[in-house]
Write a protein that binds this ligand. Sequence first.
Ligand code: NDP
Ligand code: MG
Length: 376
Amino acid sequence: MIKIALFGSTGSIGTQVLNVVNRYPNLYKIISLTANDNAKELEKQINIYKPRVAVITNPEKVNQIKEVGDTTLYFGQNSLEHALLEDADIVFVALSGFVGYKIVYSALSMNKRVALANKESLVSGGELITKIGKGELIPVDSEHSAIWQCLNFNRDKEFKHLLLTASGGAFRAMTKQEIAEMPASKALNHPNWKMGKKITVDCATMMNKGLEVIEAKWLFNTSLDKIKVVVHPQSIIHSMVAFKDGVTMAQLSYPTMEIPIQLALTYPNRLETGTADYDFYGKSLTFEELDTVKFPCFKLALDSAKAGGNMPCAMNGANEQAVKMYLEGKIKFYDISNAIDHVLQKTIKISQLSTQVLLETDLKSRALVKEFFGDI
Ligand code: NDP
Ligand code: MG
């Protein structure tokens, strides 16, 4: 049995990891689970999967968990590492946000195979993470999984360039004036994917694609000029790789995260997912350029990556804080990009990175966003 430590088990990705485990109960065993707020769901999962360890990071929620059987339950912000068990075969990081960085870093340092959904960790700390030189990173994000598949599961294989596809998010077809007035409730109506709130807003701002370009840079050890983006509203082609002989390989399927999630677990094998293969008849697949005027977050993400050092971490922290405030209804759509722009201008670049530098940069950029908007 393959033993899985699952971080972020109550989220959109986390629950789909559990669907895969339910599909193949003789192959996988959950040995740890973590949640932040959702105590009831975590309690349910503890009683179904009977992990050795469970963690709830929000200490105010721990009292809502009554029944844990033989599971050891830890709580509090600093308790996540308790779920990083020595005997885990796969550490699945389905946490949302920069909070995933420390777990990814520790798991790789323990020489673990890390199934990585959490893109914010690589965006902020890719330089340090890729220097560890131990463990193995398995892409879960659908675009990066697609590229990995086009490269025959070999992240070091030579290519000419990568082509990330983007759905375009909830506001693709609107004018800039219309988008400016769109509340978070509308941004959460993603046309093709059902995901957590933060990433769904990131799709509406196109920040998600900016984060994914940076994620691809680190995962496939390449430069930004070899990563292109094309908007493909149907989300059937999940990404492509162009080779020097003029061939472009694409990976296609109906949009469901269970495919890349399951493949991250079963790799190098492919097992049934219950998803039908794509029916081409009567369909048309279309492609457009990304509009960086309507979606300035994309360019801000790339600017931070070009600057390097702690700048992508500052950009990510600013985005996380601004998206939180947009979801709370405190700021408007273009305030997100304005806040990130402000933070990038205020941040003093540090090239000598360490985990401490990243943690401080993240906190500082969140504080700068709060200060930017004042008392609201
Ligand atoms: P969700 O918001 O649905 O889930 C996030 C999970 O992390 C939940 O279990 C949540 O706990 C937990 N969590 C949130 N904040 C903290 C914290 N501060 N400390 C500890 N745990 C925390 O997110 P998604 O599943 O949508 O996304 C997870 C990651 O995967 C993100 O990085 C996202 O960008 C990436 N991703 C997601 C895709 C998707 O289809 N959803 C597709 C590709 C990538 P609780 O529920 O208790 O609050
Ligand atoms: Mg993606």
